[in-house]
Design a protein around this ligand. Sequence first.
Ligand SMILES: Cc1ncc(COP(=O)(O)O)c(C=O)c1O
Length: 307
Amino acid sequence: MGYPQVFLHGGSTWAEEASLDFSDNSNPLGPPPQVEEALSHAAELGVYRRFPAHLAEETLREYEGVEVTVFNGATEALLYALLDLKPRRIAVPWPSYGDYLRIAQLLGVETVRFPPWRLEVLKPGDVVVLANPNNPLGYHWPRDVVLDYADQVRRRGARLLVDESFLDFVRGETAAPDLPVVKSYGKFLAAPGLRLGALLYRHKAPPPWRINSLADYAVYTAGAAALRRHREKTLQYLDLEKPRFEAAIRKCVAYVPSAVHFYTVIGPPPPRVKTRPLGDKGVQGFRVSLKSPAANDVLINAICRNI
Ligand SMILES: Cc1ncc(COP(=O)(O)O)c(C=O)c1O
């Protein structure tokens, strides 16, 4: 639709066929059952006829252990974070999530893409947007490494904004409250259509209605304990499924080691399954995301061309 290729996205809309969609990097276990139940309830009760109460913020504050301001997806939260930080340029350790570049365009600021360790490209006033874990490569830096990186960025007169949209898929700690952090909950909740994201700090002037009532009700009703249980189940699933998947594809292709549930695989995309080609990010490969064990077998077969 006239957007530059860099704004391409994995996943699919509710109006598309979504079977064998390995481009969608949301939680392979699906949404927490309590969130799905609460969503049906919310629809029956007609909570969408009334304004949100922003009570999801209480649940997420308890889940994260830091201040939270919810937004209509990380997409909106990112815009607010960058309005706060007033960057002269937006610098993105590349490859990374492409929407940072769209937002820079919207704000009318230049962008610079650089390998994460080449900090000499930075200038005073730059804001570095680091996706940790990274999308699409899946690397994860522990909290102390991120804080140290932020110090190095600061020494060059620049600042660091961290995007932790995939942090729930690793055993890692948030860089908040030491650094400004943005987060999507659409990945972990396997519910990108809820449009739930946040800043992990208290925003001084958030929009009055910044989240929809269905998402607000569902997350508040499910509660932080249900989210924590779902996170633990997700991590346990990945502990088992990642080594099995890697052992299978290692025999046929090269892939980038990943800390999360998705991988960058080197080479042309396989036939008959949907993957996320990465040519727009300068990577000669494609991203695939784990699903159920049976679906992953289909993916393994497609990648290894044995179907
Ligand atoms: C790293 C990263 N940040 C932010 C987003 C946007 O999240 P949301 O759907 O909550 O706007 C995505 C979505 O793919 C993402 O991959």
